[in-house]
Design a binder for this molecule. Sequence first.
Ligand SMILES: [Zn+2]
Length: 492
Amino acid sequence: MDMKKLLLFSFFSFFLLFSLSAQEVERYCGTPPGIVDWLKSYQENPAAFLRSPDLLYVPLTIHIVGNDDGNGYFPVSRVLDAFCTLNADFEASNIQFFIEGEFNYIDNSDYYDHNFGQGIDMMQEYNVPNTINCYIVGNPAGACGYSFYSLGIALSKSCTSADDHTWAHEIGHNLSLPHTFSGWEDTNYQDFEQTPSTVNGRMVERADGTNCQNAGDGFCDTPADYISNRWPCRADKLSNALQTDPAGVAFRSDGTLIMSYSYDECSSRFSVEQTEAMRANLLGERSFLLYDQSPATYLEGWEAVPLTPMEGALITDVSSVTLEWEPIELAEGYIVQLGLLSNLGIEIIYRTFHTTENQVEVTNLLSDRDWLWRVRPYNRYDGCAPYSNTFTFETGNFINTTREEISPSDFHIQPNPQDAGGTVVVEFDLPVALDIQLNLYSMAGQRIHGVQLNAHYGINKVEVPTENLEPGLYLIGLEHAQGRQFRKIVIQ
Ligand SMILES: [Zn+2]
């Protein structure tokens, strides 16, 4: 165990001791409390640190973690939704993120649902140097997300949507920011009759800001905040909860700050001082992250043009269909959504694909269906593009002769025997839609009755009248291009 890991562990044994109750609650942030050393020295003298007016581009490595069987991956389409929100959250800070390299898929149940020790192992095993490593998992140590300043961040799938600011919050931590309620982590403000002047060794910030440089998060443009559980805001984005500072002054917390614990619908910004600290961190201690400052390219004014199948085409071979479209300028990958129309005319998403080429192969389509598809381009800077217009094709009522066995199963007739004049129901199950001839024969082989069926995938039921039949034994046959099957029926 190297020194860094040892330090993290000792930090954690302390952290876990006094945060057991919070671990049971979801949607918390698991970042260790306290002010990182770099920020302590920065806040003592911000003027001594580098500044720049430039837009800063920061590389992210995105690790998508599934279980041992490769299940549970967070879909790339949703990564892109959250990535779009992340860059919007950092736009005012003049910091933008780009996706370095391919998405890294990891199959490991111990990492998919991990504790902090396993999270450290995961990051040490897979971290890509000189990037911010982001691991999207099923359960990051019971939290919504957390950040280790020197390692990377972990995010819960359930807290990483387009409407969440968890990713921005954890990257804020990773670029040195503490919570706005720093010192109050895992401590319930309401447990105190009189607000103390220090909490967990940290000076409590006064509502009038007089001690702001040394209290709370150490920033003077983030007002006092003592709320260390998730909280809703009022219409003015301030907390419902009224708090009283050590001098007896009442105040409400500012819910617009991403580094608070306000609900995601309240928060939207970093303060100016928070932004200056993150930028100084990037320009100084984290300058290794700034190796590629190529200007971003954005997907704008694009249009998807389908190549195959042609719009509205009828597909006769359902075993394999290639969806291909003209490459979209500046795109580095695509999400492809394939839907089919239900019997009620409602689109059902059938499959979603992620590809870095301008095509995907779809195998084993259903016969006799109307299909819809659309593409969504992205590149390393831009996850915000919507899906294109919808294209359509249909699959016909054709048999794919390369299939092993296309034939009806569960073929039976009810009731059997039946009284003359009654109706019998012929029932059978099909693996694909199929043109079938249903015939009624005498035992001598004479065809008495026949009907052509456009039988569909799944269970089919056909009523056959018997009013003109003499009592006796008959055959009902299902006949199609690949074979025929018969059942006997008794009319009495
Ligand atoms: Zn946090």
